[in-house]
Design a protein around this ligand. Sequence first.
Ligand SMILES: Cc1ncc(COP(=O)(O)O)c(C=O)c1O
Length: 398
Amino acid sequence: MNPLLREVGGYPLAAYQDLKAELAADGTPLHDFSIGDPIEPTPALIRHALVAGIPAVSQYPTAGGIRELREAVAAWIQRRFGVRVDPDTHVLPTAGSKEAVFHLPLALVDPDGPRRAVIWGDPGYPVYERGQRFAGGTSDAIPLTPDQGWRLELADLPASRLDQACLAWVNYPHNPTGATVDLTFYRRSLATAREGGLILASDECYVDIFSDPGATPPSALQAAAGDDPENPDLTGLLVAFSLSKRSGMTGYRSGALVGDPQLIAQQRLLRPNIGTASPEFVQRAAVAAWSDDAHVADRRAVFNAKRAIVLGFLDDAGVPVSRSDATFYVWFAAPGGDDMAYAQALLRHRVIASPGRAFGPGGRGWLRLALVPDVEGCKEAVAIWRDAIASGALPGHA
Ligand SMILES: Cc1ncc(COP(=O)(O)O)c(C=O)c1O
């Protein structure tokens, strides 16, 4: 066995799947807010495109993907961010963003070189760390704090630290905290990364999940575009996008890497070795998904309704919440201070939340709720939780 695999010991949230199966066995309803895998149906237009895309013979997909998909991604970027990217040199379809995040360092890290470190924010999505490990890199986890709005400020890191790194991950809107950033953050981050000679990788898989249509989360692509959005300079930048949350397509596995043409070419060179390209019928469904924005607005409305229920309850209960206007996560301070103890206590009431430490030591003392149950499920869970606090079975205030 690869000792690295033994060391990491499986995927942090996989244990919850097992636990859920165990708890579900007796048939009593469970309120599962742990895994970020929404249950709202995939819009019919996407499912129809998938079915219509199934050919009599489905052959190997190419690493570059079908041109219609690259064009659809580029068209969405133009509509959403006002930036023109070239479908052929700037866009690469991926099988979701997780595999892209994991595989990206394989093309970028020189395991024998002096700049092997990969920077990422703690708490954060565990795959930034996992990917570099298997690529022979080293991890440089930067503690994120509520005082700094959970922002990873590259410019605040000493040059000696940046000098060791080949790659820095930023992820806004942020999993697990729901924190957002403005365009100036990306301008600072990109300038610092370029100056320091490292690549800025921006994981923007939640960029379309927000509550205020007047304050849409920006993209690092806009920072790269500067005053010339028709001709952006994407040097040193890679952005990961995903259809999973935007379009309810977690099971389809479809996303895209967009950015620096040289880095995209490297990924394109790497990826046929792995064989991760989505089947072409999934790519056809992805074309339909990127080409339509109405279904995304509908999905946002559902997440916002659920967010209002859960936030309303936590506010009433006096539980401090890290305010977030984006993602479908609610990040709250553990009443009593111990995230694991609180998660276990909630579990006794059949409400499953993720203890913050599942996202790194920086998540200790916090818990994440993924707004996955439907509106009725959220109301039921909140009612159970409220009763448990009222009866003294669970603490309310932190
Ligand atoms: C921050 C972040 N990046 C990437 C992913 C992977 O998403 P997918 O592979 O479904 O695109 C997730 C999934 O939860 C995530 O939270």
